[in-house]
Design a protein around this ligand. Structure first.
Ligand code: SF4
Ligand code: SF4
Length: 364
C-alpha cells in the first residue's frame, strides 16, 4: 500500500536492504523504486519544477550518493514531462564550497555533470550563499526563519539523504539535509552560533571589502582593524564569505540540543507549504562517523544496510536510527567529551509539527 507519509498517527517508511559493495546502478534502481512507493511521486506532472536536494561531498569525499541515482531519478521525472534539477547551498564557513561557482566545480569533479545526470545544478541561495527569504513558523526559537530563496519556488522537493554521523547533531540525515542544507548563510549562522560574528584583528588587512556588503552598515573602520558593531549586526553572515583573508569568525560553541532544535525549526520553514510535495530517501550506505563536509574519504562504521523512503523527515530519521541500532548495535551518539543524543532533533521536530516519530516500516 502506498502512503502520503504525513498521517497524524504513524508515517509509512519503506525500506529495501542492500549489500555492501552494491553497484551504483543498482542503488539508483532501488532509490527510484522506493520513491515510486510514495503517492506524491505519482502526482508530479507537466512542467513542475522538481528539486533534487543532496550533498555533493566536500573535495575528495567519496561517501556521497552517486550521480547514477540522480540520472535514474531525473529520467523518471522527465518522463512525466516535469523539470528536474539538482539543488544545494553554500557552506557557512570559508572553503571550497562557500560560493556557487566553486561548489558547482566540486560537484562536477564528483561526477554530477549534465552529461552524467541529465539535470542542471541550480544553487538555491545564489552566487554567494546569501539569497534568503523569510518563512513564518511557530517554533520555540523562531517565529520566522530564513530559508534559501529558491526553496520557496519548488513544486516538489525530493531529498536524497546520505546517512552519516555528525559532530554537532549526532546524525546527518533527512532533517539535516533540509534544515541546514536548504538555508542560506544567515540561517546556518543562526543555527550554529549563539553569538554574532567578529573580526580577528590580526587577520584583518583593512581592505574595507566587507563594508560594502553589510546590509545594515554594521562594519566600521577602527584603528588596527575593521570592527563589527554588535548593536547593528543582524547576523546575516554575508561578511564571512566576502572576506578573502578569513578574518571574520563566529563561535561554533552552541550546545548540540540547541543546534538540533534550531535545525528542526529551519527544516519546518523549508517544507512549510509543501504538504504532499516532499519526498525523501535516506541511504544507509557508506556510513561514516563524520559527515560529507569532510574533505577526505573516511572509514565506514557499519556495513551497507539499505535505503529508506518516506514523506516524513522525522519518521524517516527515527527509522534510520532504529534500523542501524537493531541491525548493527550502532548508535549515532557522537563520542566526544559531550555525548550527543540525536533523538532530540526528532522529538523537537515532532513537537513543532515537522513530522511524527511513530512509523510503520514496510520492507520491500
Ligand atoms: S574584508 Fe576582511 S580583511 Fe577586509 S576589512 Fe573586512 S574583515 Fe578586514
Ligand atoms: S553578519 Fe551581516 S549584518 Fe553582521 S556585520 Fe556581517 S554582513 Fe553585517
Amino acid at each position: 500500500m502506498k502512503s502520503n507519509g504525513n498521517s497524524i498517527q504513524k508515517a509509512k517508511v519503506f525500506f529495501k536492504k542492500t549489500k555492501t559493495g552494491e553497484t551504483a546502478k543498482q542503488i539508483a534502481v532501488d532509490n527510484l523504486e522506493l520513491l515510486a512507493k510514495l503517492d506524491a511521486f505519482e502526482t508530479i506532472k507537466n512542467d513542475d519544477f522538481v528539486a533534487i536536494k543532496m550533498h555533493f561531498g566536500d573535495n575528495g569525499n567519496i561517501g556521497h550518493i552517486k550521480p547514477e541515482a540522480v540520472k535514474a531519478l531525473g529520467d523518471a521525472i522527465k518522463a512525466k514531462k516535469a523539470r528536474p534539477f539538482l539543488v544545494e547551498t553554500s557552506t557557512l564557513y570559508v572553503g571550497e564550497r562557500s560560493n556557487a561557482y566553486d561548489h558547482i566545480n566540486i560537484a562536477y569533479k564528483h561526477g554530477f555533470t549534465f552529461e552524467n545526470t541529465g539535470v542542471p545544478i541550480i544553487m538555491a541561495d545564489g552566487l554567494m550563499g546569501s539569497s534568503q527569504s523569510p518563512v513564518k513558523i511557530n517554533g520555540k526559537h523562531y517565529k520566522e526563519v530564513f530559508v534559501a530563496s529558491d526553496a520557496l519556488h519548488y513544486d516538489f522537493l525530493i531529498c536524497l539523504n546520505h546517512v552519516t554521523g555528525h559532530i554537532i547533531t549526532g546524525i546527518g540525515a533527512a532533517i539535516k539535509n533540509i534544515g541546514m542544507g536548504l538555508t542560506a548563510r544567515g540561517g546556518k549562522l543562526s543555527q550554529h552560533s549563539g553569538v554574532l560574528p567578529s573580526i580577528v584583528e590580526k587577520k584583518c588587512i583593512k581592505c574595507g571589502r566587507c563594508v560594502g556588503f553589510c546590509p545594515v552598515n554594521a562594519i566600521n573602520e577602527a584603528e588596527k582593524a575593521y570592527h563589527i558593531d554588535a548593536t547593528k549586526c543582524i547576523g546575516c553572515g554575508e561578511c564571512i564569505s566576502i572576506c578573502k583573508n578569513d578574518a571574520v569568525k563566529f563561535s561554533w560553541k552552541q550546545s548540540s540540543r540547541i543546534v538540533q532544535e534550531k535545525m528542526a525549526e529551519h527544516a519546518l520553514g523549508v517544507v512549510s507549504g509543501k504538504k504532499d510535495r516532499l519526498l525523501l530517501t535516506s541511504h544507509i550506505i557508506h556510513v561514516t562517523k563524520e559527515c560529507d563536509c569532510m574533505a577526505k574519504d573516511e572509514k565506514c562504521v557499519i556495513k551497507d544496510t539499505g535505503i529508506l523512503a518516506s514523506c516524513d523527515p522525522v519518521a524517516l530519521d527515527k527509522a534510520t536510527i532504529d534500523i542501524v541500532n537493531r541491525l548493527h548495535s550502532y548508535t549515532f551518539n557522537y563520542e566526544n567529551e559531550n555525548p550527543l543524543n540525536p533523538l532530540h532533533q526528532l522529538e523537537h521536530g515532532q513537537k513543532i509539527g515537522l513530522g511524527v516519530m511513530d512509523y510503520e516500516l514496510i520492507e520491500i
